[in-house]
Design a protein around this ligand. Structure first.
Ligand code: BES
Ligand code: ZN
Length: 625
């Protein structure tokens, strides 16, 4: 881990043009212009109004007050900017923000909000000139801002989810992954709660509800994050710790006790960790994702607390993003696979290094099954969506969040590894992260980089077939095979049990780890009778399991077999938990089995608890609103 000073020197070496933006403030005396930042090789981002080649932000000072009663954040965002010779305006993205006042270098100016487009929002245009240095925007967020979830009750909680394009619902920003800036923040929250950001964080609650933050490494806007709640901090290693509400802090500290080991394993694979600390915040169960790689502070769902550390791969994944994504960032959401595919590969390597190849190959086998299923599904409706390079123009970038970017991306990297050998591939990746640190990458530049630095013979290129993988549909024939003997054993056991050759009591369920159990439950025959599920439930207490992944697989099968004794648990699961990965298949299973009324009655109760990312998907699925 580097100290901030070493960090500045290090980054100066790698990418000197960021020097002015890192808070190391080395500004030229004659001009505030830094042509390299303006000229940075960014692909056109169809999901942002900003025009960084005209004027671009380099640093944010955010001064905010969070009001739980009105559900409004009132704030001033002051940006340091770089302008081109001919700059006349700077453009920001905004969704449902009330803009109250704008100043440029301290003087009030006439700003303009343009017409609004679905999910993209409005351009906020502010007049500047070539000599302008700071732009300050006083504004308020809307009570139903898309990034924010306000949790009510005895334990009020607020969290943001900015990726992909929701940062603009709580901060006016140049909301494009190719634009990086450092930030400082001062945030006021209710006394009795702690504020946390993707920045340096407190470890204790302040007496007056005021908190200060710094993020000295430049980040893109989708990594801006804020959470507010009554949480405690517990250290689990020299550079690692967990934040959670008091009721969960012990369980969280146990579950994530191996975080420092994961961090060390990651550094040993692909080079020094650039963000100094790696902490994890356990969010309320309404969090719509499993995890979000907010720099220095991963946001995670509490549903990975299983009591036995069996779901820790998710932490390896978010940690891996500290390199793939946060250090080398996808240029636009069409290049999302560069973030996620690399991260799944890196995650698997961390898992292999800490827990052994038997575990990581089981995980890879499960990924492969998920990928094949999803490729089949997407091929039926929109084959172009199975290309690694996506086409998300005029669409919500959220639609790119499928197994393609993640698992087709993973298997592509695995093919590269297989083709050149692990040693060469590891050296390539390490170098890739180092030489592109704190910059952006798009698919085409990556292909060039790959051809120059790894696939530099016609034989290697032919063995891989970049065209088929990146711009072609489906899963190419040279997709590497994964084999896990333990998973094969599970499959054989499942067949024997389904045929009645093996009794329920003789299943090795209690000897199986999570991955084996998941494989068994998720591959049960759809037509299996509810009597047989009753049998499994009686012997192994499925409906009572404390592992949410297992419970999810069980509940999906319970719906398909109409095993009604599990429905009470199903309802409480869906009302409490807002993780979209669980919601979509469960509600879909209800629709597909003529239980649409049940779906609607549960959704009516559950919907107020969900984040906009989840209600967006579920409203469409269930045809409501
Ligand atoms: N960065 C993603 C989450 C994300 C992607 C949010 C796109 C919004 C838009 C995060 O790293 C992620 O991939 N989370 C996964 C878990 C992972 C183990 C596959 C999730 O939440 O399911
Ligand atoms: Zn990810």
């Amino acid at each position: 881990m580097k100290s901030p000073l070493l960090y500045c020197i290090g980054i100066f070496g790698i990418a000197g043009f960021f020097f002015a933006a890192t808070g190391c403030q080395e500004q030229s005396t004659t001009s505030h212009r830094n042509q390299a930042i303006l000229d940075m090789k960014r692909a056109t981002d169809h999901h942002s109004y900003s025009k960084p080649e005209e004027a671009v932000v380099t640093h944010l000072d955010w001064d905010a007050a969070v009001d739980f009663n009105t559900r409004v954040i009132s704030a001033t965002a002051t940006y340091a900017i770089q302008t081109s010779e001919s700059a006349q305006r700077i453009l920001f993205d905004a969704v449902d923000l009330s803009i109250l006042e704008v100043t440029v270098d301290g003087s009030a100016v006439e700003w303009e909000l343009g017409p609004s487009q679905d999910f993209i929002g409005q351009p906020l245009s502010i007049p500047v000139s070539a000599s302008s240095q700071t732009v300050s925007i006083r504004y308020q967020s809307a009570p139903d801002a898309g990034a924010l979830l306000w949790v009510e009750g005895e334990q009020p909680f607020l969290f943001t989810q900015s990726q992909a394009i929701l940062a603009r619902t709580w901060i006016p920003c140049q909301d494009s992954p190719g634009i990086r800036f450092t930030y400082n923040a001062h945030v006021q929250v209710p006394i009795g709660t702690m504020a946390m950001m993707s920045a340096t964080n407190p470890t204790e609650q302040s007496a007056d509800g005021h908190y200060d933050f710094q993020m000295v490494q430049p980040i893109p806007s989708y990594l801006l994050a804020l959470a507010v709640g009554n949480v405690e901090f517990r250290s689990v290693g020299p550079h690692t710790g967990v934040y959670a509400v008091p009721e969960l802090i012990d369980a969280a500290a146990y579950e994530f006790a191996e975080m420092e080991q994961l961090l060390v394993a990651a550094e040993n694979l692909y080079g020094p960790y650039a963000w100094e600390r790696y902490d994890l915040l356990v969010l309320p169960p309404a969090f719509p994702f499993g995890g979000m790689e907010n720099p220095r502070l991963t946001f995670a769902t509490p549903t990975i607390i299983a009591g036995d550390r069996s779901l820790v791969a998710l932490v390896a994944h978010e940690l891996a993003h500290s390199w793939s994504g946060n250090l080398v960032t996808n240029s636009t959401w069409d290049d999302f696979w560069l973030n996620e595919g690399f991260t799944v590969y890196f995650e698997q390597r961390i898992m292999e290094s800490v827990y052994g190849a038997e575990i990581s190959e089981m995980l890879a086998t499960l990924s492969y099954q998920g990928l094949v299923d999803e490729v089949d599904e997407i091929m039926d409706t929109n084959p172009d969506d199975t290309h690694l390079k996506l086409h998300l123009q005029n669409r919500n970038p959220d639609e790119g969040m499928t197994a393609i970017a993640y698992d087709k991306g993973y298997f592509f990297l695995r093919l590269l590894e297989k083709t050149v050998g692990r040693e060469a591939f590891d050296a390539f990746l390490k170098n890739y992260f180092e030489s592109n640190a704190f910059t952006v990458m798009d698919t085409e530049r990556f292909i060039d980089y790959l051809k120059t630095n790894l696939l530099n013979t016609t034989e290697l290129l032919a063995a891989v077939d970049l065209e088929a993988w990146i711009y072609g549909a489906g899963l190419p024939e040279n997709c590497p095979k994964v084999r896990s003997e333990r998973i094969e054993q599970v499959d054989a056991t499942l067949i024997a049990w389904t045929n009645g050759e093996l009794s329920t009591a003789d299943l090795p369920w209690n000897d199986w780890v999570y991955q084996e159990r998941y494989r068994f439950l998720s591959n049960l025959d759809d037509a299996i009778s509810s009597d047989r599920l009753a049998d499994l439930d009686a012997v192994y207490g499925m409906t009572q399991t404390g592992n949410n992944e297992i419970l999810f697989a069980w509940l999906e099968q319970a719906l398909r077999s109409q095993y009604t004794p599990a429905y009470e648990r199903l309802e409480s699961f869906l009302v409490q938990i807002g993780r979209r990965k669980f919601l979509t298949p469960l509600y879909r299973a209800m629709l597909e089995t003529d239980q649409g009324d049940l779906a609607l009655s549960i959704y009516t109760k559950a919907r107020p608890n969900y984040h906009s990312v989840a209600t967006g998907t579920m409203d469409e699925l269930l045809g409501v609103e």
